[in-house]
Ligand binder design. Structure first.
Ligand code: ADP
Ligand code: TRP
Length: 332
């Protein structure tokens, strides 16, 4: 039995980076017969480290769920659920915390980055760090290990978290027996592993440089027009291998379209023309799903039904696995 699992944190409307780095590869894997089970969840408890407004929290959860559905996740093959609907994950989190050296968490990237930022701002090192942020990788390990996950499709930024999950599993297996926890592997799809944002840095909500998926056509066009370009004249030849617009275009266009645009770059293309070409392929990809997304968000009962079904399917697995793990770790 081979299981794939991944989660998206509901901290805002999903963007092109989430689509290409996580959601699209995950949907493709669901249709791949090498895997018997796929679990996709909304990592809502992870969002609690930063979201303080319950209305925003709830809306974001629906937005992520609707995104998976609108983009065509096959709900007969995959289980879509909300992390916090499965209390077993919190029981396992505690057990894993007791197996994790504190030093490992000191070395976790997101915590370290926050500390570094505080040092630069000359404030207390732990300013603005809550225990949820500090323990984030352990809850994420529990997400993965609870379901006996083999493969976790994620973007490159999550590799360290999967390594942490693997090392916790190894520790548990040494202590309690090899069949305690399955050791997971990350799966990085090279094509979408590092999607650039409007300013050329990694597209991320924390940098405010995202192209979010569900903008109106007009806003999508405006956003794409904001992509940073240099001031070279329209007729000057341009390097297609050094262009954010081209990098994004390649993730949506067909090979023949890519070749044609590369040719235009070499001949000399105005940035306006390149941006329009990008808008057209992104918009073509998203216009069908956009309509489904909007309908789902306007009447959330369908999302509720899908998440309810996902909860009972995930719960069954979680109960069964937790029973085994609990017995191995506590004897009960
Ligand atoms: P953000 O950085 O905007 O907060 P998340 O941390 O919620 O995004 O990411 C959810 C998933 O999307 C993760 O698997 C992550 O690796 C992937 N992802 C996010 N941004 C990108 C990007 N720019 N390129 C590729 N994958 C990404
Ligand atoms: N940490 C992931 C992110 O920020 C979200 C996440 C939570 C996740 N639990 C997970 C991803 C388990 C994969 C597997 O994007």
């Amino acid at each position: 039995m081979k299981t794939i699992l991944t989660g998206i944190k509901p901290t805002g409307t999903p963007h092109l980076g989430n689509l290409l780095g996580a959601i699209r590869p995950a949907i493709e894997l669901t249709n791949n017969s090498d895997f018997d089970r796929s679990l996709y969840f909304i990592a809502d408890s992870h969002a609690l480290t930063s979201i303080r407004d319950p209305k925003e929290y709830k809306e974001n959860v629906y937005s992520v769920a609707a995104t998976w559905i609108a983009l065509g996740l096959d709900l007969d093959k995959a289980i879509l659920f909300k992390q916090s609907d499965i209390p077993e994950v919190f029981e396992l989190t505690w057990m894993l915390q007791c197996l994790t050296p504190k030093g490992d968490m000191n070395r976790a990237h997101s915590y370290k980055a926050k500390v570094q930022q505080n040092i630069e701002n000359k404030t207390d090192e732990d300013h603005g760090v809550n225990m949820g942020l500090y323990n984030y990788p352990i809850l994420m390990s529990a997400d993965i290990l609870l379901y006996d996950t083999n493969i976790v499709p994620v973007g490159k930024d999550q590799i360290q978290h999967i390594e942490i999950a693997r090392s916790i599993a190894q520790r548990a297996n040494q202590l309690y027996g090899a069949s305690c926890l399955v050791e997971p592997q990350e799966l990085i799809q090279e094509a979408g592993a590092y999607v650039p944002g409007l300013d050329g840095r990694k597209m991320s909500k924390s940098y405010g440089n995202t192209i979010s998926l569900w903008e109106t056509e007009k806003k999508l066009r405006k956003l794409i027009n904001k992509i940073t370009t240099d001031s070279s004249a329209p007729e000057e030849p341009k390097n297609p291998d050094d262009s954010i617009i081209m990098d994004l275009y390649k993730l949506f266009a067909r090979p023949s379209e890519i070749q044609a645009l590369e040719k235009r770059y070499k001949e000399g293309i105005g940035w306006g023309e390149a941006k329009l070409a990008l808008f057209e392929v992104v918009n073509e990809y998203l216009s069908g799903p956009r309509e489904i997304y909007t309908n789902l968000m306007n009447d959330k009962t369908q999302i509720d039904k899908i998440l309810d079904r996902g909860r009972s399917q995930a719960k069954e697995l979680a109960e069964k696995n937790m029973k085994r793990i609990r017995k191995m770790i506590t004897g009960f």
